[in-house]
Design a protein around this ligand. Structure first.
Ligand SMILES: [Ca+2]
Ligand SMILES: [Ca+2]
Length: 108
């Protein structure tokens, strides 16, 4: 949680109101901190859309509350992704004590 606050303030203080993210600040934050998550949707339109979705009170700035909503939504999205991804991965608790590492290497 503290990391989120630090990240927010790192960008929110760059221009205008120190405690809110302008469109430009939000864009910078998204691209620099979350570029790898956004993947192919790094274009302006995607950022505009995120901004419009986030700016719940339509004042053109994203405050910390609005920012937390984005982080919550992203966390859920990532969690869903990992849950889907994990279903293919069989748990191998029993093996890890014995030659787990070796078989891992042989597989590669
Ligand atoms: Ca600002
Ligand atoms: Ca707002």
């Amino acid at each position: 949680m503290q990391m989120l606050i630090k990240t927010f303030h790192k960008y929110s203080g760059k221009e205008g109101d120190k405690y809110t993210l302008s469109r430009g600040e939000l864009k910078e934050l998204l691209l620099e901190e979350l570029g790898s998550y956004l993947g192919s949707s790094k274009d302006n339109e995607a950022v505009e859309k995120v901004m419009n979705d986030l700016d719940a009170n339509n004042d053109g700035e994203v405050d910390f509350t609005e920012f937390i909503i984005l982080m919550g939504a992203l966390t859920v999205a990532c969690n869903d992704f990992f849950l889907e991804y994990k279903t293919d991965d069989k748990p191998k608790d029993g093996e890890s004590a014995g030659g787990g590492e070796k078989s891992e290497m042989e597989r590669v």
